[in-house]
Design a protein around this ligand. Structure first.
Ligand code: GDP
Ligand code: IMO
Ligand code: MG
Length: 423
C-alpha cells in the first residue's frame, strides 16, 4: 500500500472514518496529523458504532499502531475520556497500539471559553464552530504561547506555564463578561490527565522514520475537509489547521517525497455543518436525508446542511491535494431519486467559474450550473461488486469521478466495512 494520505475532498464528514477503517487492513500505522476533537469519525463494526474524535480510526483493528502527530491539538481531558470510552467498548488502548506526539499542542478550558465568546461577538457572522477551542489553541501555537504535550506531562513546567496563561486569559475572559477560570481547578484536572497520558507520549517523528526504515506502511488520517482548510478553504468559515494533504507532512514530520498516494474521500452529494458558503445547498435533499435519519453531526449532533454533488469543489480539491484515487461514499443516499443533479460550474453575474473563487462572499453569491443524470431508483446497499450496482448508478459514479479528475477506486454503499466496493 506504501504511504497513503487520506483527505476529505469536501466540507468534512465525507466518511473518512469508514474508509480509514477499510484501508487500515493494509497499513501498519495510522497517523492523525491535524485538527483536534472537533473531528468525529464514525466506524461501524457489525451493529456497534464507534465515533473517534482524536484517536485514529485504525485503533479498531488489531496489531496496528495509531499515532497522534505533532500537527494535532489535543484536549487531554477529551482524550482520556475517549480512551476510557473505547476501553468500555472492548477496544484496548495501550502504549503498544497508541502513541501521542510530545510536541502536539494542548487545548485548555480558556481556549474553549474564548472560542464560545468569539462566536457570540461575531453574532450573525459566526463560524458555527464545534466550540472545542480549536481556533484559540492553534492561535496560541502560532503566537508561540501554547503549551505542548511535553509541558503537560511535566508537573513543574505545567504549573509554571499554566499559571501565566490563566492569568492572561482571565483578563480577556473578564473583559468579555465571561467567568474567569480557577487555576487550582484547571491545574488539578490537567495534572491528572498528564499523568494518565504520560506512558503514551513519545517522539513520534523519530518513531515514524524508524518505522519507514523497517518498511512499514503509513496511512495518514485527514480530519475535516479541503474547504475547511485554513489556507484553501472558505475563509473565515474554516477550521484553524491545514486539513489538506500538505498538512500530513508538517503535521507528522514525514517529508513530501515519502508520500506515495493521496486518496480523496467524498460523498456522492455534498454536506456541510456550520456556517459559510455552500453553493449547491438544497432544502429538498436535506429534508430527504434527514427524514432517513442521516446527516446529523458526529461531534455536535447538529443537522448537516445538504446539497447536490459539487464537482467544481471536488476538482479544486483534486488540485490542491494532488488526489490520485477517489473513495465515493453514501451513494445509497441517492437511491430513491428520479433525477440526480451535479454542479459543473458556478455563475456569478457574467462570470463563469470552473474553480472555487477565493472570496467567500463571491462564492456565497454564485449560482450553480447543473447537469442532470437519471436516477437509478434501486437500492444499492446490498451490492457486492461493481457489476451488481445498477448501470445508472455506475454511470453517475464514473461521471463524477471524471469531473473530479481522479480515478474512482472505492464506492461505498453503506456504513459497514462490507458495504465497500473496490472498483
Ligand atoms: P468523517 O468525519 O469523514 O469520518 O465522517 P462522519 O463519520 O462524520 O460522517 C459520515 C457518516 O456517513 C457516518 O455516519 C458514517 O457511518 C456514514 N457513512 C459512511 N459511508 C457511508 C455509506 O456509504 N453509506 C451510508 N449510508 N453511510 C455511510
Ligand atoms: P470531521 O473530521 C465537519 C467545522 C465546524 C465549523 C468550522 C470551524 O469529522 O470531518 P472548529 O470547531 O474547527 O473551529 O469549527 O469547521 N468543522 C467540521 N465540519 N466535520 C468536521 O470534522 C469538522 N471539524 C470542524 O462545524 O463550521
Ligand atoms: Mg465527521
Amino acid at each position: 500500500m506504501a504511504n497513503t494520505i487520506l483527505v476529505g475532498a469536501q466540507w468534512g464528514d465525507e466518511g473518512k472514518g469508514k474508509i480509514i477503517d477499510v484501508l487500515t487492513e493494509g497499513a501498519d500505522i495510522v497517523v492523525r496529523y491535524a485538527g483536534g476533537n472537533n473531528a468525529g469519525h464514525t466506524v461501524f463494526i457489525g451493529k456497534r458504532k464507534y465515533v473517534l474524535h482524536l484517536v485514529p480510526s485504525g485503533i479498531l483493528r488489531k496489531n496496528k499502531l495509531c499515532v497522534i502527530g505533532n500537527g494535532v491539538v489535543v484536549d487531554p481531558i477529551g482524550l482520556v475520556e475517549e480512551i476510557e470510552g473505547l476501553k468500555k467498548l472492548g477496544v484496548n488502548v495501550n502504549p503498544k497500539n497508541f502513541v501521542l506526539s510530545e510536541t502536539a499542542h494542548v487545548v485548555f478550558p480558556y481556549h474553549r471559553e474564548l472560542d464560545a465568546q468569539r462566536e457570540v461577538l461575531k453574532g450573525e457572522n459566526k463560524i458555527g464552530t464545534t466550540k472545542r477551542g480549536i481556533g484559540p489553541a492553534y492561535g496560541d501555537k502560532a503566537a508561540r504561547v501554547g503549551l505542548r504535550v511535553n509541558d503537560l506531562v511535566d508537573p513543574a513546567r505545567l504549573e509554571e506555564k499554566l499559571s501565566v496563561r490563566i492569568r492572561e486569559n482571565n483578563i480577556v475572559l473578564k473583559s468579555l463578561g465571561a467567568k474567569p477560570l480557577s487555576f487550582k481547578k484547571v491545574f488539578a484536572e490537567y495534572l491528572a490527565a498528564g499523568k494518565f497520558l504520560k506512558p503514551f507520549v513519545t517522539n513520534t517523528v523519530v518513531l515514524l522514520h524508524e518505522a519507514m526504515r523497517r518498511g512499514d506502511n503509513l496511512l495518514f488520517e485527514g480530519a475535516q475537509g479541503t474547504f475547511l482548510d485554513i489556507d484553501h478553504g472558505t475563509y473565515p468559515f474554516v477550521t484553524s489547521s491545514n486539513t489538506t494533504a500538505g498538512g500530513a507532512c508538517t503535521g507528522s514530520g514525514v517529508p513530501p517525497h515519502r508520500m506515495d498516494r493521496v486518496v480523496g474521500v467524498m460523498k456522492a452529494y455534498t454536506t456541510r455543518v456550520g456556517e459559510g458558503p455552500l453553493p449547491t445547498e438544497n432544502a429538498e435533499i436535506a429534508d430527504m436525508l434527514h427524514a432517513m435519519g442521516r446527516e446529523f453531526g458526529a461531534t455536535t449532533g447538529r443537522a448537516r446542511r445538504c446539497g447536490w454533488f459539487d464537482s467544481v469543489a471536488t476538482r479544486h480539491a483534486t488540485m490542491v491535494n494532488g488526489i490520485d484515487d477517489l473513495a465515493v461514499t453514501n451513494l445509497d443516499g441517492l437511491d430513491t431519486l428520479e433525477i440526480v443533479k451535479v454542479c459543473v460550474a458556478y455563475r456569478h453575474g457574467k462570470t463563469r467559474y470552473d474553480f472555487v473563487p477565493n472570496d467567500a462572499q463571491i462564492l456565497a453569491e454564485c449560482e450553480p450550473v447543473y447537469i442532470e443524470f437519471d436516477g437509478w431508483r434501486t437500492p444499492t446497499s446490498k451490492a457486492k461488486t461493481w457489476k451488481q450496482l445498477p448501470p445508472k448508478a455506475r454511470a453517475y459514479l464514473k461521471a463524477i469521478a471524471e469531473l473530479t479528475g481522479a480515478k474512482l477506486a472505492i464506492a461505498s454503499i453503506g456504513p459497514a466495512r462490507e458495504q465497500t466496493i473496490f472498483v
